[in-house]
Design a protein around this ligand. Structure first.
Ligand SMILES: [Fe+2]
Length: 143
């Protein structure tokens, strides 16, 4: 992501050291665009946290698993929102924007709403993940 941001790998490393012993269960939300960065963060933190999940893309991935040292991982949780859309926005507006290259006001789509995410089970005594299940629940139409 663009902007004046610090290195998330060094930052999370410092936070985990600073908060060592604070909690056995540690969940990391990696809010990022690139799947490679999220994947690398999962491997970087395996054995030190309970779960690493990605957010931001609005597109749920199907790579949920428990890594060898006990961290549950998924590249992106997806979204709670309309699937007949472009990541939640009225698709015609987004396509017109790409075609014209002109800025426009986006509106949230309303059709075929779903709830996406994960169900995560963690052993509180070890902090290791026991199970990660992907969730995709049809919700209907938005009001
Ligand atoms: Fe975002």
């Amino acid at each position: 992501m663009p902007g004046n941001i610090d290195d998330p790998f060094r930052c999370v490393d410092a936070i985990l050291k600073e908060r060592a012993g604070f909690s056995r269960v540690v969940i990391v939300d990696m809010h990022a665009e690139a799947t490679s960065e999220k994947c690398a963060m999962g491997w970087f933190l395996d054995g030190r946290v309970s779960a690493v999940y990605g957010t931001h893309t609005h597109v749920q991935t199907a790579d949920e698993r428990i890594l060898p040292r006990g961290a549950a991982y998924i590249t992106d949780l997806g979204m709670c929102g309309p699937t007949d859309s472009v990541i939640g926005i009225e698709r015609e507006l987004v396509i017109e924007g790409f075609l014209s290259q002109l800025p426009r006001r986006f509106e949230v789509a309303k059709e075929n709403v779903i709830l996406q995410g994960i169900v995560l089970e963690v052993d509180e005594t070890t902090g290791k993940a026991v199970e990660i299940r992907r969730l995709r629940v049809p919700w209907g139409e938005a009001e």
